[in-house]
Design a protein around this ligand. Structure first.
Ligand code: PMP
Ligand code: GLU
Length: 399
């Protein structure tokens, strides 16, 4: 009988996107669900980006472009990296792709041979281990929890190295925990990494969404490390442009060329219209956005602190909170018909939150942390207030 590939058998759909689709289908069928699942800013695309895209369409800028993106955009990104991150890159050290998700996949395709290991902090964003495995690599998670603010220490990092280590992945600010490494913490990790002949994948897509702390790219640490680092970023989060699909990598020139070769055979250039939109968006990040996210974080955090059974560390960035709900496993929920439903896992708790309280969150299992769940606060304050009231009433029905 014909069989799917082992690769296809080993993979399932992204849990974040699956839950978002399920939630949107429920909303479309008339159920009043508050969606705290997907990591998608509720702000509109910057007007300058939309106008640039419209101009691209009307001027027929609708054909193939250079595979790695138009030079004006790569030049604009180089300027941004210099201005915001003090990183100096030439436009031909930058490749633009259809979302940072593709950027990451290009990197793993370019650096991994079968059995090569990639060290990454756990909890991790759902797609990292899947992409690493698709490229024949082996994810080596380094466990972190609330006690260290979900950050790896240099000692734990060192323990994870083996003769097969090919890369270390850093994601600061982190999805799903919101953890942000301080410049000193990054330097301490960099000192360890520099001792080994490995690449660094630094996913900085939430770089602008930080509160009271400073973002420091590991590529800034030294020329040695810069020559082995891939800086990943994109327009989805900072510019609220998730649907336009524009991400990029700045990295060593020869590897950027290899990524471009991969991309030339898979998707070729990112959409010409989206590239013009991205060019229009550059430099438009509004500090009010950061302020608004910070207020939302403070509100949700303060609410969670008052809730029985949930605990979490204070996230300094991104737009996620990752409470631990492990103590609620074993409790039972009073249903409307008077029966009780025993909660056997945090996954189950999240299902009940959706079906009974109409609040959609992402269970932690996909992030490697089955006792936690993820709240995205990238939605309006009134939505967050409704959600927190519903979660509070839901928890009051447990015993
Ligand atoms: N990295 C992280 C940490 C993310 O949370 C996401 C999800 N949006 C991505 C990369 C990919 O973003 P996109 O493909 O939308 O640019
Ligand atoms: N990265 C976002 C999230 O974690 C978007 C969905 C995805 O691509 O995983 O929700």
């Amino acid at each position: 009988m014909l069989q799917r590939s082992d690769r296809a058998n080993a993979i399932s759909a992204s849990p974040t996107l699956t839950i978002d689709s399920k939630t949107k289908a429920l909303v479309a069928s008339g159920v009043d669900v508050v969606n705290l699942s997907v990591g998608e800013p509720d702000f509109p695309t910057p007007e300058r980006a939309s106008l640039a895209a419209i101009a691209a369409i009307t001027s027929n800028f609708t054909k193939y472009t250079a595979v790695g993106g138009i030079v004006e955009l790569r030049r604009g990104i180089a300027e941004k990296l210099w201005k915001d991150n003090q990183l100096q890159y030439d436009p031909d050290e930058i490749i633009v792709s259809s979302g940072a998700k593709q950027s990451l996949y290009n990197i793993f395709m370019t650096i991994l041979n079968p059995g090569d290991e990639v060290i990454l902090p756990l909890p991790y964003w759902v797609s990292y281990p899947e992409q690493i495995k698709l490229c024949g690599g082996v994810p080596i998670p380094v466990h972190t929890d609330e006690s260290t603010g979900f950050k790896i220490t240099p000692e734990r990092l060192r323990e994870a190295f083996s003769a097969k280590t090919k890369a270390v992945l850093i994601n600061s600010p982190s999805n799903p925990t919101g953890a942000v490494y301080t410049p000193d913490e990054i330097r301490a990790l960099a000192r360890v990494i520099e001792e080994y002949p490995v690449y660094v994948v630094s996913d900085e897509i939430y770089e602008q969404l930080i509160y009271d702390v400073e973002h420091f790219s590991i590529a800034r640490y030294s020329d040695t490390l810069r020559a082995r680092t891939f800086v990943v970023n994109g327009f989805s989060k900072t510019h609220a442009m998730t649907g336009w699909r524009v991400g990029y990598v700045a990295g060593p020139r020869e590897l950027v060329e290899s990524m471009s070769s991969f991309q030339s055979h898979t998707t070729a250039n990112p959409s010409s219209i989206s590239q013009k939109a991205a060019l229009g968006a550059l430099g438009t990040f509004d500090l009010n956005t950061r302020h608004e996210f910070q207020q939302r974080r403070d509100y949700v955090l303060a609410q969670i602190e008052q809730l029985r059974g949930l605990s979490c560390s204070r996230p300094d960035g991104a737009f996620y909170i990752f409470p631990n709900a492990g103590s609620l496993v074993g409790a039972s929920l009073r249903l409307n018909d008077g029966k009780r439903d025993k909660i056997d896992s945090v996954d189950h708790l999240c299902e009940l939150l959706l079906s009974e309280a109409h609040v959609s969150v992402v269970p932690g299992a996909g992030f490697g942390a089955p006792d936690n769940f993820r709240i995205s606060y990238a939605t309006s304050m009134p939505n967050l207030q409704t959600a927190m009231q519903r979660i509070s009433s839901f928890l009051a029905r447990l015993n």
